[in-house]
Write a protein that binds this ligand. Structure first.
Ligand SMILES: Cc1ncc(COP(=O)(O)O)c(C=O)c1O
Length: 399
């Protein structure tokens, strides 16, 4: 399919899965480019101002605020949702927008409160659904709460094989709320330039190159990756300059990215079915143990399932056991503003701003939810506390 046909086909699928209109979706080369386009439009209309967000996130979700000349201010997180809490503590007369991130795809019931807060203070509500492709927070009547919703096809997101691509949903109700902003955002998203040929090429070869890099011994992989990046032949998920509050200009999606998405997006219902099943299984099997605490007790198809350990050393021990058993465990988001800024100052961040996020980030492990049933059995056998003999005896007697 050509660029226009494939763009429409992707938007139609996103609209189908999210019960929205294809015309309200806009495709970008990466989600961070869509975010930057929206924040730039907010800056153009409102001038310089503050955006409430959280440090328990990827640096690529903060750079779009900074490159748009807006200032990120950080609210701490609720440890049960790993998401923004009590934004009123950092609200000021300069606040123009608030980011509601569904960390690991945990939407839960946190969103209406944040939407009410945004409405009360006339803030633009930007939903970060990078971890829950085509899923958005809705009100009781099924209306999308956010003004702008950000979705990603990037590395380590819901679809495993796409690697590039972002999608921005612009709520048509923004037209009534702020027609000028709506026009500014949508016209810029529609007119994003195509990426240069070199970047297009790097996106086409990413999977092949990454496959080769992963076959190298760990000690060599890092150097080879860095050499390939320096030779401008490899496009990493987060480039070194991005840890410096920098980002390239935003680009549109491409024919290659759209067609790759089209190959994999139809599997989304099946992927979510598996992730939901495994989330439920973790909820059931990992509850009530002394070694760690499952964090999010939700029935949703999570991108990964977070568990919290007493201390960082215990988390690291279990991390080592699980990874050496072949499981891919994420330590999101550790360090905060992952993979860590070169200077907190550039990000207007100080650890005092988010004591909960600072305190828990090294103690969280994110378990995979895309495992086959036999792999789930294996990981649960490692994680589940063995039954105590007394419990076994009592269970037998009860039968
Ligand atoms: C929470 C969050 N938001 C936004 C992004 C940006 O997504 P993309 O990689 O498509 O630019 C990421 C990914 O790194 C993320 O983890």
């Amino acid at each position: 399919m050509d660029q226009n046909q494939s763009n429409l086909a992707v938007r139609k699928l996103l609209a189908k899965y999210s019960h929205t209109d294809p015309d309200d979706w806009f495709l970008t080369f990466r989600a961070r480019f869509g975010m930057a386009t929206c924040f730039q439009a907010i800056y153009d209309i409102y001038g310089s101002g503050e955006v409430i967000t959280q440090p328990y996130t990827c640096i690529t979700a903060i750079n779009p605020i900074l490159v748009s000349n807006l200032k990120p201010v950080y609210a701490d997180i609720n440890p049960e949702t790993l998401s923004i809490n009590q934004p009123e503590k950092v609200y000021s007369s300069k606040t123009v927008a608030i980011v509601l991130q569904h960390t690991l795809g945990i939407i839960g019931d946190k969103s209406q409160k944040i939407a009410n807060f945004a409405k009360k203070h006339r803030l633009i509500l930007v939903e970060d659904s990078a971890h829950c492709l085509a899923r958005m927070a809705k009100d009781d009547s099924g209306n999308t709460l956010a003004d702008i919703s950000v979705h990603s096809f990037g590395v380590e997101k819901v679809l495993q094989y796409t690697k590039f691509g972002g999608a921005i949903y612009v709520n048509p109700s923004l037209k009534k709320k702020n027609a000028k902003l709506y026009e500014e955002i949508t016209s810029h998203l529609l007119n994003l330039p195509h990426p240069p040929l070199s970047l297009d090429l790097r996106s086409r070869t990413y999977r092949f190159q990454n496959g080769i890099l992963h076959r190298l011994p760990n000690s060599m992989m890092h150097d080879a990756r860095s050499l390939a990046y320096k030779a401008h032949i490899f496009e990493p998920a987060v480039a070194p300059y991005e840890q410096n509050a920098e980002q390239t200009q935003p680009f549109s999606s491409t024919k290659f990215i759209n067609n790759t998405i089209l190959k994999h997006l139809p599997t989304l219902p099946a992927i979510y079915k598996r992730r939901l099943k495994n989330t439920r299984l973790y909820n059931k099997k990992l509850a009530n143990n002394y070694d760690y605490k499952p964090l999010a007790n939700v029935e949703e198809p999570l991108l990964a399932y977070p568990i919290l350990f007493e201390d960082a050393a215990s988390a690291t021990k279990v991390y080592d056991v699980l990874t050496s058993s072949g499981f891919f465990i994420r330590r999101w988001y550790s360090p905060l503003l992952y993979p860590g800024p070169n200077s907190n100052r550039r990000y207007n961040y100080s650890p005092k701003m988010a004591p909960i996020a600072e305190e828990i980030h090294t103690r969280v492990l994110c378990l995979p939810t895309d495992l086959t049933p036999d792999k789930m059995d294996r990981i649960l056998a490692i994680l589940r506390p063995t039954e105590k003999p007394v419990e076994k005896i009592l269970k037998k007697q009860a039968k």
